[in-house]
Structures are given as C-alpha cells and as structure tokens.
Unconditional design. Structure first.
Length: 313
C-alpha cells in the first residue's frame, strides 16, 4: 500500500485547504489518529473507505467544535445535552437522530437516520475544525481490522499514502478510541466502551442498557478487529517459547513490555496499541497478554483485546 509519496507533517491551515478541496488529512486527536474528510462530500468519504479497506456499511464519526455545531445536524435530547456538556471536548461519541442529513452525507452514515458526533479535545484537531467550519468525519487511521494508530509514524504507515496533508500531534494522550453511546428512544445504550468509563456516564444518565446485539453495537463491526499480525493469547501468566509478553502491574515489572508497571488502567490504555505494534514487529509466534482487571478503563481495554484475539466482545 505504501507508494512512498506521503505528505510531510504540515500546518492546520494546509489541512483545512485540503479538506475544502475534498482531500484526506491525517488528523491527531486525544484518543487515536484519524483519517479525516469533509463530512458533506461523498467523494472524499469514499476515498476514506477505499484507503481503509473498510466495509462501506460501517458508519463514521462526525467531529465538531462543540455542542452548538453538533446541534446544527444532530438532535440531542436532554440526556445527550448533559453528556455533551460534561465530556466535550473529549473522548465521548453520541449517536443521535440526524435532522439535517446533508451535513453528514449518506455514505458517511452508511445510510442510517442517526449520526455519531463528538468534539475532540486535541488542540490541532480543534484548530482544523474551527478553520474548516463544518463537520469532519474521521475514522481511526488504521487499515480495516488493524490496531488504531496512536503515533504520527504509525498513522503514516497505515494510511498516510492516501492523505494529502498530515498533522503531527505527538503520541495520543488517551490511546484508546472514544466511548460510543446511543442516545435514542429508551435508556442510553453503550455501543463501544472507551476512554470515558461506564461509571462516569451512569453518574449522569443512570444505568446504561447494553447494545441490541453486535449489529447495533457497531453496525458492520467485525468480530476480528484491532488485530495485529501475530495471534493474541489472553490472560497469560508469562511468555511461552517464541512469544512476546505484554505484562500488567508490579508482578510483571521486570518483563520487556509492561502496559502499566504500577497497574493503572489509564496508563495501560495509552500504551495498548503502540505495544501491540511493538510486539508484532518482533514477529513472535504469538503475543501473550496478562489479565487486565475490568474496572475503570479495563472494560474498554478488554473489549479491544478480545477483538484482537478474535473473540466477539
Ligand atoms: O476516538 C475515536 O472515536 C476515533 C477518533 C479518530 O475520533 N475515531 C474512531 O472512529 O474510532 P471509527 O470509525 O474507527 O469508529 C466509529 C465507531 C464504529 O464502531 C461505528 O460503527 C460507530 O462508531 N458508529 C458510527 N456511526 C454510528 C451510528 N450512526 N450508529 C451506531 N454506531 C455508529
Ligand atoms: Mg476504528
């Protein structure tokens, strides 16, 4: 996929100009790097799907500067407003009915009458969104089924070939994708665990319902996702012959790669995808990963690990 004609790291003004003429941009956010396009331009959106090799029925997140911009096309009820006010800018995505369907084209929504929207916190992403003035769709910049890139170099390796501009925002602070919740009829439903925890959301809108099966959790989402090349073995006590071990917590502190020597799920989330890639580069027979507790960001980490191992989460 790599034709060697990657853009150099540029400025937010260059990125805005590229978006305006229907091009693609490697865009850093606080969660992971995205591959961004004008949400209203179906040709540009088609180029994203082509670059990722993504099934075209998997809809994209529209990124905006904040609540006012979101409400131009998404219908947020009282719970949606409360969540947006609490967590934006930040790693929470709301799925809500769309009332101005031309703002986020059919292809970007995969034909659904709902839209996923979030206001990212990264200053470079915000500069681009302010300069552009409309919603920008950006899936994680990995090719479909691969781990999300959390550094500029990883993003360029994955889909840099398809971009006409790229912004280097350094390593992503969160390192794990946004939490996705559906705020539609009935209770708020958790579609994808992520950087904002279940407990943080439930404190504002009460108990979350589970998604209505995998189809709703993420329409078109593949069970095998976020996968490195090597097979992944979960709940490992250590490495067997030929494996690379990803530890967690103080009992694994002396091993090569430890997601968080102090046992902090936030630190482990920030390291997860970069360490999976680093382990993969050693071409092991498998990547063995220690048990991660389910509390705090552990729910989202275990969701991604189960997918990397080929289990439906
Ligand atoms: O942190 C993130 O969310 C990153 C950064 C770049 O913002 N983006 C990201 O996008 O992870 P993507 O496309 O890799 O994941 C979007 C998720 C998918 O699981 C998709 O199925 C779901 O959001 N989604 C999008 N629109 C939806 C809709 N209308 N209904 C239900 N799920 C939707
Ligand atoms: Mg993704």
């Amino acid at each position: 996929m790599d034709n060697g004609r990657h853009p150099r790291a540029g400025t937010s003004d260059e990125a805005v100009a590229v978006l305006r003429r229907g091009g693609l941009v490697i865009l850093p956010t606080e969660t992971v790097y995205g591959l961004a396009a004008d949400a209203a331009n179906p040709t540009a959106v088609a180029a994203i799907y082509a670059a990722k090799g993504r099934p075209s029925f998997n809809p994209l997140i529209a990124h905006v500067t904040g609540l006012e911009a979101a409400e131009r096309f998404a219908r947020l009820d009282e719970r949606g407003l409360r969540l947006a006010q609490a967590f934006w800018p930040g790693p929470l995505t709301l799925v809500a009915p769309i009332h101005a369907p031309e703002a986020v084209c059919d292809l970007a929504r995969a034909g659904l009458d709902t839209v996923a929207v979030r206001a990212p916190g990264h200053p470079l992403a915000r500069a681009v969104l302010e300069g552009f003035g409309g919603p920008v769709v950006a899936p994680s910049a990995n090719r479909s089924g691969r781990p999300s890139p959390t550094t500029f170099a990883d993003a360029m390796d994955e889909t840099g070939f398809a971009a006409q501009a790229a912004l280097d925002g350094g390593p992503c602070a969160v390192g794990l994708e946004s939490t996705v919740v559906a705020v539609l009829d009935g209770p708020v439903r958790l579609l994808r665990p992520g950087a904002v925890t279940r407990a943080q959301i439930e404190a504002l809108v009460g108990p979350l319902a589970e998604a209505d099966g995998d189809a709703e959790r993420s329409p078109g989402r593949l069970a095998l996702h976020y996968a490195p090349n090597a097979p992944v073995r979960l709940r490992a006590e250590g490495a067997k012959a030929g494996e690379v071990f990803l530890g967690f917590g103080p009992s694994h502190a002396d091993d090569g790669l430890n997601l968080s020597p102090v046992g902090d799920t936030r630190e482990a989330a920030a390291n997860l995808f970069a360490y999976l890639r680093a382990a993969d580069r050693r071409r092991p027979v498998a990547i063995a990963v220690a048990s991660i507790p389910d509390h705090e960001l552990g729910e989202a980490i275990n969701d991604r690990l189960n997918r990397a191992a080929g289990f439906v989460g």
